[in-house]
Write a protein that binds this ligand. Sequence first.
Ligand SMILES: [Ca+2]
Length: 395
Amino acid sequence: MKIRILLVPVFAAAFVIGCGENEKAKAEVDQQATENDSIQETVSVTIPEEQLTTAEYEFEVVVPDLQIAWGLDFLPDGSMLITEKSGELIHYKDEKKQQVKASPEVYNRGQGGFLDVAVGPDFKNDGWIYFTYASTEGEGEGGNTTLMRAKLENNQLTNKEVLYKAVPNSTRGQHFGSRISFDGQGHLFFSVGDRGDRDVNPQDLTRDGGKVYRLNLDGSIPQDNPFVGEAGAKEAVFSYGHRNPQGMIFNKETGEVWVHEHGPQGGDEINVIKKGANYGWPLVSYGINYDGTSFTDETAGPDFEDPLYYWVPSIAPSGFVFVTSDKYPELKGDVLVGSLKFQYVEHLSLNGKEVTAREKILEQIGRVRDIVESPDGDLYVSVEGIGIVKILPKQ
Ligand SMILES: [Ca+2]
């Protein structure tokens, strides 16, 4: 069914032993092998394209006439906040689109622009909403990914606070990330891609880019972050060696933050985020360069965290949701991932932390940017050139 990659340690092959000792020695080796297997077995799994099945779902367009609705989230009243990559923030309420005033000025270049929006976990009490966007603030030409929080009052953003600005600015148009997620324990996670500087940023803890960051909800740095106190390190960094994560969930069943990230040609990954871990980019990868040459022969190594799942060929993943809703029993407990490249939503069946099947839904709908479960348990998908559509539960 699926390809499972096992990293089985190589044992010294030569045993020169007497006949009577043979059985005992062999038993010891077997015992050792079993122990090492359980330690070193990776969970890296891929499922080939030929096993990708298709499921029919109806959908309806809920918010029409959007260009690139990069991110969306729901307020407790059921209304929706939507970012347009070009720079608009839209509040969709009572079937009307309102452009929110005083939204941040964005650097709309390449993959950068207005990125994610996430309503804070204590919104009902404190009113905080979190955003990521590309910004030109600070020194140097170009821009870089920025995290802001603000409140929404009378259709405008107030109390705006920049909580993090990645540096330096760059005129490159690649790999800004960025998604925002909360762990239910007072932390916010967000991602910044490698900004097209793969050989400089992802493996260097003193530089932004190619990282997943963890902050307290007010933007301060948790003192138990892994690189606090390390000379020169960006103390907001939680994990590194990432390429360009554009999907992030908090998996309520495992209590973990998961990201997916674009690989090069082949090698998109789902990674379970662990404190201080190195996810290997660009030193290990299941992908190759776009010109067909290989930049690394290594897919794994002892210093690197293996992906939970990887795609070959790349689907160009954007948007990620862990389905908890009873309205979609066949999706519940699984994840959905948007595909920019192949223009569908991929349903990955999960057995705990193992991906067991792939299924295509909303085939040929368009480039999928984001997927969100609403407070009343409906699944909404942002599709370029269409807007926001709702996946209709099966009758
Ligand atoms: Ca990796």
